[in-house]
Write a protein that binds this ligand. Structure first.
Ligand code: ADP
Length: 494
């Protein structure tokens, strides 16, 4: 059983400590909560306090919304090229400061420093991409049914956007939303997850250095007032859109709350991704793909494989090769250079994963490797075999490092199992049969399919789900549309 644990912890050093900002950011000013309250942010690896940030409430949020509203007209009226230049400046700032940003990310999220660097670079691609997309927000001219008329379609920014983001990708989930919103001409109020405010605040500092006008980007921090703040964002008439990434339960609540003002809403919610390996697959490549897809961010990703279906004739071989790879992982503090996998975010996550393993084992699953926690928030990456559909993991997103292996016999059978979920974010499969590749890709009820790959995220492709996994798409040529209203002008008397 894997018991690798990295202990050589290099204490984090900043080249530029001023990126580690501890106030909230409203109207280009660093501010405290009006109440003066703060809350502590905890390093998930050491469980020590990293620092404090303002505990803001509805009053503070209203200030941020006011600032974003005042800034909106001017920002929307800039030329697309102007907005492109601001975003490109921010892109350069992110890359120049990538090491410090990765340090902040590892401190507050726990993921290994290399993974953090990867996330910072991935996040930066959205800023560059949407800088360029801002110049391609084309309208349309449509032949009119009436004489001497023209139909013109213009694209206009929606207005002030409330962005609510999660802790699992504290930097990239912000850049993916913010850069599309800003490129479209919207201004934003960002509410990062309470666990990971510092990545958001560092991006705000880089926005200052990139010359963004005041009020265009605002970041508010809160922990215990999340519910009231969320309600305010959803019901405030000056906020025209909510863009949320997080759990399905909260996404549904935000949608309900937004209905009173019929606010436009985009939701990137949970998944329960099937990962299918057919017996004609290249097994080495399938193992590699499963490792990347299941264990990135310790499985704390909405597109992580949750149910791994392996055809019976290759089941034993696949399971043993997967477990062998997992035995090479080094769990530990993200700042230890040997660490490949960091801690989970908190005890709640450890408890959930523990409950899932215990439930599976009680119902007949076998632990090939891992299966237990270390100290604190650390849990050993796990491979479970003999999974059946009665086990909780089958229907509940684990959001942790548990590779759950199910055996199947036929394509028909596995497609029914794969689609038997209210969620529809991502799905993956490995096969060398071209007919099957088209057939299965077409039949999977998800927004994103990986065929012979376990990695599907990039700024060029549309990220998003169907069914209860969400609404809207991020990244790609479609992502900017989520922040745009169409206006049709009927031009008569020509
Ligand atoms: P998790 O349980 O993994 O933290 P959540 O969906 O609760 O996932 O969190 C994602 C984001 O949603 C975080 O920024 C969190 O603060 C925020 N959030 C949670 N509850 C609410 C709420 N009632 N209103 C607005 N935002 C919320």
């Amino acid at each position: 059983m894997s018991r690798n644990f990295a202990t050589e912890i290099k204490s984090p050093k900043f080249k530029d400590p001023s990126l580690f900002c501890k106030s909230a950011f409203i109207n280009n000013e660093w501010v405290n909560a009006k109440s003066g309250e703060t809350y502590s942010v905890i390093d998930p690896a050491t469980e020590n306090e990293i620092g404090k940030v303002p505990e803001m409430n509805v009053e503070d949020i209203r200030e941020a919304i006011k600032a974003a509203k005042s800034a909106f007209k001017e920002w929307a009226n800039l030329t697309a090229k102007n907005r492109h230049d601001f975003l490109l400046a921010l892109h350069s700032q992110i890359l120049e400061n990538q090491n410090d940003l990765a340090t902040i990310l590892t401190l507050e999220n726990g993921k290994s420093y290399n993974e953090s660097l990867g996330e910072i670079r991935y996040g930066a691609t959205f800023v560059e991409w949407f800088a360029q997309e801002s110049r391609r927000v084309y309208g349309d001219v449509i032949p009119s049914p009436f004489k001497n008329h023209k139909i013109i379609v213009e694209k206009q920014p929606i207005g002030v956007v409330g962005l609510i983001t999660p802790w699992n990708f504290p930097s990239a989930m912000i850049t993916r939303k913010v850069s599309a919103a800003l490129a479209a001409g919207c201004t934003v109020v960002i509410k990062p997850a309470p666990e990971t405010p510092y990545s958001a605040l560092a991006l705000a500092e880089l926005a200052v250095r990139s010359g963004f006008p005041k009020g265009v980007i605002n970041v508010v921090t809160t922990d215990k007032h999340i519910k009231e703040v969320g309600l305010e964002l959803c019901t405030n008439l000056d906020v025209k859109k909510i863009s949320f990434t997080g759990s399905s339960a909260v996404g549904k609540l935000l949608m309900e709350q937004s209905s009173s003002t019929l606010k436009n809403i985009s939701l990137e919610l949970g998944g329960n991704a099937p990962f299918i390996i057919f017996d004609d697959a290249d097994i080495d490549s399938a193992v590699e793909g499963a490792i990347a897809c299941k264990f990135r961010a310790m499985g704390q990703a909405c597109i992580a494989a949750n149910r791994i279906y392996v055809q019976s004739s290759i089941y034993a071989e696949f399971a043993s090769r997967l477990a062998d790879k997992v035995s090479g992982f080094q769990v530990g503090n993200g700042f230890d250079p040997k660490t490949t996998h960091g801690p989970l975010i908190n005890q709640r996550a450890v408890n959930k994963v523990t409950r899932h393993v215990e439930d599976a084992v009680a119902k007949g699953a076998e632990i090939l490797i891992g299966g237990t926690k270390h100290t604190g928030n650390f849990f050993y990456p796990t491979v479970l075999t003999n999974m059946t559909k009665e086990m909780v993991i089958t229907s509940e997103e684990t959001f942790g490092p548990i590779a759950a292996l199910y055996k199947f016999e036929t394509e028909d059978e596995v497609m029914k199992l794969a689609n038997d979920s209210p969620y529809g974010l991502a799905g993956y499969f490995y096969s060398r049969d071209i007919g099957r590749c088209w057939r299965v890709a077409n039949a999977l009820e998800v927004g994103m399919v990986g065929v012979n790959t376990g990695i599907i995220h990039n700024c060029e492709a549309p990220f998003g789900g169907i069914k209860e996994s969400g609404l809207g798409r991020e990244g790609s040529k479609y992502g900017i549309d989520d922040f745009i209203d169409l206006k049709y002008v009927s031009m008569g008397g020509l």
